[in-house]
Design a protein around this ligand. Structure first.
Ligand code: CA
Length: 225
């Protein structure tokens, strides 16, 4: 069953970004760009989840939340709050929101919250890891990008597994080395890590796919789109 998510967001670029990302994750997505339209669409189309920007033209996200709750609409609501706005997460939760995210946030963070509210009883399958079109199976030690099987060495697999277990989280090279190789870092060891990352990146993008393992200059590495 495809879940339907309504995104109420007045910044067109952001709305489009959320829409594409959530569609890519397999959801049906509708977008409304102001408060009144959002409220009307939420009532008419009865989405399975609502992503609601706080600051909207017309009716605010918080007000939409209150109005829906006061008429018994119990759809899960995630409020989006901008850092510089005078909006109080506690007031949001008091107003009936189930959760909130402070902008800017990583899309994978949004996905994690959406998943938690739409599939609260679904346990994470610890045997497999998934990020964008990348999937990894820890029992068979197979890695795919889409349908393409990628042959990795043991070190490359463990390195990718580590990054995939912490998507969008930047790591210092020293940390990665110590966690993956299980021994203290040294300058020589770090160059082994760099070579391993370099080979892994080549293998993951051999068919012209988007690079997912990204280099943070002078710092380390991160898995993100
Ligand atoms: Ca806004």
């Amino acid at each position: 069953m495809t879940h339907h998510i309504l995104v109420v967001e007045d910044e067109a670029k952001l709305a489009q970004l959320f829409e594409r990302f959530l569609q890519y994750k397999g959801y049906q997505v509708s977008v409304a760009s102001d408060g009144l339209a959002g409220l009307a669409t939420a009532r008419e189309s009865q989405p399975d989840l609502l992503i609601l920007d706080w600051m909207l033209p017309g009716v605010s996200g918080l007000e939409i939340c209150r109005r829906l709750r006061s008429t018994g609409v119990m759809v899960p609501i995630i409020l989006l709050i901008a850092k510089d706005e005078v909006s109080d997460p506690v007031a949001g939760l008091d107003g009936g929101a189930d959760d909130y995210l402070v902008k800017p946030f990583y899309l994978e963070e949004l996905f994690a919250r959406v998943r938690a509210h739409l599939h609260p009883n679904q346990e994470e399958d610890s045997d497999t890891g998934q990020f964008a079109d990348l999937s990894l199976n820890r029992s068979t030690r197979e890695v795919y990008r889409g349908d393409r099987l990628i042959e990795l060495t043991a070190e490359e697999f463990d390195l990718l597994d580590y990054l995939l277990s912490h998507p969008c989280q930047p790591f210092h090279r020293r940390t990665i080395f110590e966690q993956v190789w299980g021994c203290d870092w040294s300058d020589d060891n770090l160059s082994i890590l760099d070579q391993c990352v370099c080979c892994l990146r080549k293998k993951l993008t051999a068919n012209g796919e988007k690079p997912l393992v990204q280099v943070l200059c002078g710092v380390g590495y991160v898995l993100r789109e």
